[in-house]
Write a protein of this length. Structure first.
Length: 257
């Protein structure tokens, strides 16, 4: 079994349908909440770089950071094919260093939950704050766990591109509310145009957040950020959400103080 993170093309296929809505939301949030012109953008945990590429295509100056070199290599090839430029760094998203401040940053779709303890989560939030100019925005999205969450959740979906069909099964194989950690198994079957089949399986932990736990975490960095807006994964800029127990797909617009 190969690792999911060593095959960025399949990873990318799974999430590409979300790209247009996310990019539209980013620009709407920049317009609604941003101070001054927003040009320099940072994506910690950029993965295969679908968002880096789309924002670069719109004329922004992009920097993508990820710990997976195969992901960054894939993104570099994608950028070259499209005649786009971005700075790519293979480094830890809790200890990034840049000389010039960014106008905004974004990290969506649960990448943040790969930071599996509170120290790492706080280090990341403080690190990003140190890289944003005053008034800069950080758009942070991750799932919150309902109080009645099913610890045996399984999701399945399918994606197609260029003659390849990818079947994905995501299963929670361990759930520990006390330790605030769940272990996920992602199984991928890629059926190629040639008829060959490739199978990939990865297991990795994610940190669990209830709405109350997320609120408590963000309160610890309230000296660095204000919460400018709260949304969900519908990416509708006109539909703000309350920070309550009904919020499960959370999208926070944080503004650097």
């Amino acid at each position: 079994m190969a690792s999911w993170y060593d095959h960025p093309q399949y990873f990318d296929m799974v999430f590409r349908d979300e790209t247009a809505a996310e990019v539209r939301f980013f620009e709407q949030a920049f317009s609604r909440f941003g101070d001054g012109k927003i040009v320099r953008l940072l994506e910690p945990g950029c993965g295969s770089g679908r968002l880096v590429a789309e924002m670069a295509a719109k004329g922004y100056e992009l920097t993508g950071v990820d710990l997976s070199q195969p992901m960054l290599d894939y993104l570099g090839r994608r950028l070259r094919r499209r005649g786009l430029c971005a700075e790519l760094r293979c480094e830890d998203m809790t200890a990034m260093q840049f000389e010039e401040a960014f106008d905004a940053a974004f990290c969506t779709f649960n990448t943040f939950r790969h930071l599996v303890d509170e120290q790492a989560a706080l280090m990341h939030l403080r690190n990003v704050a140190s890289l944003l100019r005053p008034g800069g925005l950080y758009i942070l999205g991750f799932h919150l766990i309902p109080l009645d969450a099913d610890p045996e959740c399984t999701e399945r979906w399918k994606a197609k591109h260029a003659g390849t069909t990818v079947h994905v099964t995501l299963k929670v194989i361990d759930f520990d509310r006390k330790k605030r950690r769940e272990m996920l198994r992602v199984a991928v079957k890629a059926e190629k145009k040639s008829g060959s089949v490739e199978r990939i399986r990865s297991e990795f932990p994610l940190r669990i957040y209830t709405p109350a736990q997320a609120k408590k975490l963000l309160a610890k960095v309230s000296d660095l950020y204000e919460i400018a807006g709260i949304y969900d994964f519908d990416y509708d800029i006109d539909e703000e959400r309350e920070f309550d127990n009904d919020l499960t797909d959370a999208l926070f617009v944080l503004k650097r103080r």
